[in-house]
Design a protein around this ligand. Structure first.
Ligand SMILES: Nc1ncnc2c1ncn2[C@@H]1O[C@H](COP(=O)(O)OP(=O)(O)OP(=O)(O)O)[C@@H](O)[C@H]1O
Ligand SMILES: [Mg+2]
Length: 238
């Protein structure tokens, strides 16, 4: 397993949250759903950046995707950006799995599973068991949220704190979004902030940044809201 970090050490601005997390060891968040392309990686990076840049937390992302897109993303991160550590994890390697699940460094570790996570049921189960919170990103298209609901049922059978996060919604399609929400709340908790499709995401990705680091970016405030929700659910203070 290899590690990549963007360079800057940022002074903590939310010392109380960071100290609390440090006392109790790392919190672990899984951004998981079996359907591909729903925003697991987007959410992982966005929340990692919020936690590091806004709260001064020591944050790591475990990139389980063999395409290593987050490993490459962090290598593009500018020197003045809040530091994120990214672990390049081979999900098929028992040594890597043990190392990442047993990691005691960092305030927050975010697991970003690969698109084919359903092919690794044992590894997924171990990630769920290790996590303090599971966020299930989903679009408001029925093809997506049907699968997200199935995934949520499985997650909830472990008794873990969890919530859906609506992502890539079209703000104009209010009926579609409302119907999706009505369906989702029958299966689990729903984060009160829904993230729109952001025209700024491609620009942010190219710069090794998250949309929260782009002034005036579409979806910025919603992502900050999702982080506020996740932080409370992780017991990292409000
Ligand atoms: N809110 C958003 N606004 C704009 N683009 C988004 C948003 N969320 C995700 N995307 C884009 O959609 C694509 C899929 O998102 P992402 O890679 O996060 O999904 P994923 O669940 O990690 O996919 P995979 O299963 O392949 O790992 C990416 O190109 C990403 O940049
Ligand atoms: Mg991904």
């Amino acid at each position: 397993m290899t590690t990549t970090t963007a360079t800057r050490k940022r002074k903590a601005t939310g010392a109380a949250s960071g100290d609390a997390a440090a006392r109790k060891g790392p919190r672990r968040l899984l951004a998981g759903v079996s359907k591909g392309g729903c925003g697991k990686t987007f959410l992982s990076r966005s929340l990692a950046v919020c936690a590091a840049a806004m709260d001064g937390l020591d944050v790591a992302i475990a990139d389980f995707d063999p395409q290593r897109s987050t490993v490459r993303w962090v290598s593009r991160r500018p020197a003045d950006a809040a530091r994120i550590t990214v672990y390049d994890v081979d999900i098929g390697s028992e040594a890597d799995m043990r190392e990442i699940l047993d990691l005691t460094a960092h305030d927050l570790i975010i697991y970003d599973p690969p698109p084919t996570i359903e092919s690794f049921p044992e590894q997924l189960q171990r990630m769920i068991v290790a996590s303090d919170l599971i966020l299930v990103p989903t679009n408001d298209c029925i093809d997506d949220y049907d699968q997200a609901c199935e995934f949520m049922e499985m997650v909830r059978s472990y008794g873990k704190p969890s919530a859906f996060v609506l992502n890539q919604i079209d703000r104009r399609a209010t009926t579609i979004t409302r119907e999706a929400k009505q369906h989702l709340v029958g299966f689990g908790d729903l984060c009160p902030f829904e993230i729109p499709t952001s025209v700024d995401q491609k620009h942010a990705a190219k710069l090794g940044r998250a949309i929260t680091e782009i002034r005036g970016a579409t979806g910025r405030e919603e992502v900050v809201g999702v982080w506020a929700f996740a932080r409370t659910r992780l017991g990292m203070g409000g």
